[in-house]
Every structure is written in C-alpha cells, then in structure tokens.
Design a protein around this ligand. Structure first.
Ligand code: GZL
Ligand code: ZN
Length: 306
C-alpha cells in the first residue's frame, strides 16, 4: 500500500460515499496508473466507486455522467477528454444537487458553479520545463535547432497547455524553431506514425518534444527504423515519467522526462470526504511533480510505482 490507509470519509449512507467517476480511456501507461490509483484509494477510503472508461469519447463520458445523475450518486468526478462542451451536462449535475470534482484535465468554462474543485497538474509548467531543458542544452550551439512536436489528443488541456508552455520557454533562444507538429493522441502507435512522417518530410531534425512518454517511445521506434540513434542523433523530451519512459531515459534513448503524476487517488478521496460532509475545499489543488535527467532516472527506476 502507498502512504498508509486513507481516512474513511463521512457523508451520505451508512455504507460509504457513492462516487461516480468517468475516466478518459486506456490510451497510455499514465492513464492506467491513474485508474489504478483511484480504485486503490477508493478501496482504502471505503468509498463505493463506480468507474466507467470512455474509450476517449466525450459522448461516452456524458452518458456515464448522466447515469451517475439518475443513480443519484453522492459525488461525481471525471477527467474531461477535451476542454470544451461540458456546460449543459454539468448544469444537469448541479440541478440534481450532485457536486462535481474535475481531475487531471481541465474543462474550459466560465461558470464556476459547475464544479467544486479541480485536482491535477500544471500542464503549462510541464511544457515550460521541457522547453527550458532544450534552451539549456543548446545554449552554446549556434545555428538553427530544428524541433518537431508530437502533440497530445487534439483539444485536450494537456496538449493545449504543454504546447503553450513549451513555446513560451523556447522563445528565450531564437535558434530553437518548431518546424513541424502533429497529433499523436497520447499513444505509442500514433506517436510512431507522426514521427515517421516528420522523418520523411524533413532532413536534419535535431530534437523532438513529445507530449507524453508513449508518443516519445513511438518516436524512438520510428527514429531507429530510419537508421538514426534516438537520444544521440535526435534529442527526445517527453512528459509523464512512466516506468517505460524512465527506463528509456536511463538507457539514453530519451534525453529528459518531465513528470506528470497520475497518483491522484488519495488526494481525490480526501476531497470526496470533505465535499460530502459540507467542508470547504480549495478551487484548485495542484499535484506535486518534478523532472528527470538520466542520472535521476537511474536513481528512482528500481522502485517506480507505475
Ligand atoms: C495528463 C494526462 C495525459 C497524460 C497522458 O494529466 O491527461 O493523458 O500525459 C494521458 O499520458 O493519456
Ligand atoms: Zn494504500
């Protein structure tokens, strides 16, 4: 078990709080670890969890949340696959008197009455850390540094914000230029396909910024298939810090991995306990996370939880 057993929240019903959770899908190692963390923490906290997987489709998330509303659960939580298109659905939950907690990815709404709190990473900071590493790495090199960007799922908060944070950071050195970008949908297969396209279209790519490890590991395969050395001929920066990502970093096939912590489960159950016992919660709870270079990856790899 992780950090000890979580306090069982009070709240409605003698046999534990009923939480309906709508999860994005099973697209990446990060996502699988996130789901496990929520399930594990619910068990520890005595929360009755109904978790539904949406296979990356917003309409599946809406259907699941409507089922939670008609089942009159005590609280709803979800990771919105994309930022927009949630207002009507969240108004239905509010009108039914069911509090909503947004986790991981953010919704783009101005109506703050539609959810009580947002628990998740600062994706802009993650993108900025990736860009800052490249600025530092190429500080003494003059001449163009040609970068390609494999973006996360189009319309998702992590894709939008990692792109923005990265672009902001590389402004510090005009030699750093993004010469191509494509949607890798946070998967290894799509990442490989997008990278193969970049390699066919551009000679002399210097670096890749992949919005998650799975896409970056797909890019590694495409780069090797093109007869080049990932991590040496072409530098690769990714986000998540999953075990596979850190293993590739330790072996020098990736160069820098920014952490995006999926283990939100126990913080979520604490918020569920507070929300269902009328306690106030902060509007925003940011998850702690760091970044890894090769040495740091070697140091943590042996006991990485996911
Ligand atoms: C980030 C999360 C992203 C991960 C991807 O919090 O939404 O979605 O970076 C996952 O691995 O698919
Ligand atoms: Zn535990």
């Amino acid at each position: 078990c992780g950090g000890g057993e979580d306090a069982a929240p009070g709240g409605a019903g003698q046999d534990g709080v009923r939480l309906g959770f709508s999860q994005v899908g099973t697209e990446s190692a990060w996502r699988l670890a996130n789901t496990r963390s929520i399930e594990h923490a619910a068990t520890n906290a005595g929360v009755r969890l109904d978790l539904r997987i949406a296979d990356g489709k917003q309409e599946n998330q809406a259907a699941a949340i409507r089922e939670f509303i008609s089942a009159d659960v005590d609280v709803i939580a979800f990771s919105p696959v994309v930022e927009t298109g949630w207002d009507t659905l969240l108004q239905e939950a509010r009108d039914a008197g069911i509090p909503v907690i947004v986790t991981d990815r953010m919704v783009d709404t101005t109506d703050t009455s539609l959810f009580v709190t947002m628990l998740g990473s600062d994706f802009t900071a993650e993108g900025r850390k990736a860009g800052e590493w490249l600025v530092e790495h190429y500080r003494d090199r003059h001449g163009r540094v040609r970068i390609v960007e494999i973006e996360g799922t189009a319309g998702s908060a992590p894709a939008n914000q990692r792109r923005a944070g990265f672009a902001e950071a590389i402004k510090a050195d005009r030699d750093l230029q993004v010469i191509g970008s494509g949607d890798g949908d946070f998967t290894r297969a799509q990442g490989e396909q997008v990278m193969a396209g970049f390699l066919a279209a551009h000679t002399g790519i210097d670096a890749v910024f992949a919005h998650n490890d799975d896409e970056g590991l797909g890019a590694v395969e495409a780069i090797e298939a093109a007869g080049k050395r990932p991590g040496t001929d072409i530098k690769i920066i990714t986000v998540d810090a999953s075990r596979d990502g850190l293993a590739a970093l330790a072996e020098g096939r990736l160069n820098y991995v920014v952490e995006c912590n999926p283990l939100l489960g126990s913080q979520l159950m604490e918020l569920v306990g507070k929300v269902t016992t009328g306690q106030t919660v902060p509007r925003r709870v940011v998850v702690d996370e760091t970044a890894f270079d090769r040495e740091a990856a070697k140091a943590v790899l042996h006991n990485r939880q996911y």
